[in-house]
Design a protein around this ligand. Structure first.
Ligand code: ING
Length: 321
């Protein structure tokens, strides 16, 4: 019996700084309706899907940033979304800013069964950008100011989804996709579907050298396609896109198969649903052949990967005569 699952990336267009949560929620409900008509059983919403990408804004007093965080999930603002998921029987991934009862702040993603029950949660580990206001930058990127490094590792859980039965599900968030270690930790747990949301500026805001705009999309796709191929997994990468208060985020959400092929790609920078039918048994092929980790990996040769954080210069060779 083939294990087939219809998945969707529910890309969101821009959310302005002045938009309340209800703006995103009502658009996400409409995306769930589209997902239902297209037979999707699992929907992936973007990173920080309920608000504008607020790490571009500097708050001297971090408590001023609390307006962007959720202190409980679900909560009244997202109730319409959870009602729609229950109505349509759709499981979904949601990215949001989490503030715990102890006051800790994370860039979080959670996966919910159609019932609204949280299946598992992930807290972003690779936080790009900086902590303090950077006058050199064209645009601030203050994730290191507003979030702690995630403390949940890269979990994979086997949970029933739609008509496919149990599926090995994993998550990462945005910048995580650029780090092959994140994919490999999920691959070592036999992940079959990686769900990730992203908010990626269309231009290099560090003001350190030139990076052509088209490379932003290339690097995003390269990271997801390589991650999927090298770990024999499907991936759904969903953007929040478009111009938020004058700051542009790339779209180009994609669904990728375990061969690294793009199965579906968004073509707007607005609210858009892309859908793909996944034959989950395709993962087993990669895991049994090229990426049979047990047969081919040589961890004894990889010690630098966990022993070192930064890179070190290589030894110098000079001709003996
Ligand atoms: N955004 C960007 C991302 O990793 C970035 C930041 C863009 C880093 C381009 C490096 C290069 O996609 C988030 N939110 O991580």
């Amino acid at each position: 019996m083939p294990r087939r699952l219809t998945v969707a990336a529910a890309q969101l267009g821009p959310i302005q700084k002045s938009d309340g949560r209800e703006v995103a929620v009502q658009r996400m409900v409409r995306l769930l309706e589209w997902a239902h008509t297209r037979g999707a059983e699992l929907v992936v919403f973007p990173e920080l899907a309920l608000t504008t990408f607020f790490p571009r804004w500097y708050h001297e007093d971090i408590r001023e940033a609390d307006r962007w965080f959720e202190t409980e999930m679900p909560n009244p603002a997202v109730a319409p979304l959870f009602e729609a998921a229950r109505r349509y029987g759709i499981a979904f991934h949601l990215g949001y800013a989490e503030k715990t009862p102890e006051g800790r702040r994370f860039n979080t993603a959670a996966f919910f069964a159609p019932s609204g029950e949280m299946v598992f949660k992930y807290r972003k580990i690779h936080l790009p950008g900086h902590r303090d206001y950077d006058p050199v930058r064209k645009v601030q990127h203050l994730e290191k100011r507003y979030f702690e490094v995630g403390d949940l590792g890269f979990p994979v859980v086997r949970a029933p989804v739609g008509s496919a039965g149990p599926v090995n599900l994993g998550m990462m968030i945005c910048n995580d996709r650029r780090w092959p270690e994140a994919w490999r930790v999920l691959g070592l747990q036999q992940v079959e579907l990686v769900m990730l949301g992203y908010n990626t500026p269309s231009m290099n805001s560090e003001n350190k050298g030139f990076e052509a705009h088209h490379l932003r999309v290339l690097h995003s796709h390269l990271s997801v396609q390589a991650g999927c191929y090298q770990n024999a997994t499907f991936g759904v990468a969903t953007a929040k896109a478009g111009v938020e208060d004058g700051h542009e985020l790339i779209g180009h959400s994609v669904i990728v198969n375990p061969q690294g092929e793009i199965m579906a790609q968004a073509t707007t920078w607005d609210d858009e649903l892309i859908v793909a039918d996944c034959d989950l048994d395709l993962c087993a092929f990669g895991r049994r052949t090229v990426f049979d980790f047990a047969r081919h990996r040589r961890p004894e040769a990889y010690t630098r990967i966990t022993a070192q954080t930064g890179s070190v210069p290589p030894p110098e060779w000079t001709p003996s005569r």
